[in-house]
Design a protein around this ligand. Sequence first.
Ligand code: GTQ
Length: 349
Amino acid sequence: MRSPKKPSSNPERDAFYAKIDGDHMMPLWAVMSDIITPEPKSACLPYLWQYGKVRDFLLESGGLITAKEAERRVLILENPGLRGMSKITTSLYAGLQLVLPGEAAPAHRHSQSALRFVLEGANAHTTVDGEKTLMNIGDFVITPPMAWHDHGNQSDEPMVWLDGLDIPMALFFDASFAEPFKADEQPVTRETGDSLARYGANMLPVDFEMQRLASPIFNYPYERTRETLRKMQAQEEWDPCHGLKLRYINPADGGFAMPTIASFMQLLPKAFKTAPYRSTDATIYVVVEGTGWSVIDGQTFDWRPKDIFVAPSWKWIVHEAMEEAVIFSFSDRVAQQKLGFWREDRQKS
Ligand code: GTQ
């Protein structure tokens, strides 16, 4: 591809630039090749957080501050190329949240969408819009925009999950709103499991109308996802780039579960090596089962269960599973698709 060249400067041009500068104007030709690039150019870097290491820090933070005082006791995973910005990719935020036995993270709501992917613990809960759901390892739980939510842990083990939010997108659009609920916990008005029963059985209430952009299901239990992968695995329809890859959907319209964040679960059989793949949606991966490695932009990252790694936009990625592996991932793909930006590329073999 032709690489556009910047017109050179000369004293006459520089004097002109200085003259218009005072009126807050800039010549496009001096910056055009930086802002309209032939391919994505990102400060985001590939990186992997070993769960065994970050878990120690997270538990240590449990002795420093309560969930109530912190509002959310979370250690943000900051992309090494984007430090100080609370970003794991250019458009997404991720953090590890700890809720200790007996604790509650007070109810609030905000315009940002959130997903939780459970890494450790059993039967802690989150309440979303009046329904309490119990969270277990591998469950994918969502909080739609402006839905009241509070978290609690009435089990006797610490609960840890990965939070994924579209915080950088809300900031980009200057569209952030947030408010606390009047009490620490919101009232529970529906039975646990109500939304999964209503919307997760390939049926919809007869006069169902979409009331919001997110899925009406807010906990996608791992048990069900895993069983689906197990059944499909028998057919051995491996995609060269993805193994067997599913996306989490809104059952009411077949779209992604959340308006801004796309989420996926994939299975790689033992010894499977994927063909090189790249796409414009920088992606956060969470290993659920198995061990292996991924090569991202030429760098190798060994992974094991609960490790979290990130692949930037448009960098080649290859996964290789040493043992059968199950990997959760999320990205801004749904937002990019709606806006007409999304692209993917498979290396021809
Ligand atoms: O659990 O509501 O990691 O509001 C960041 C902001 C979690 C939450 C985060 C939040 C939450």
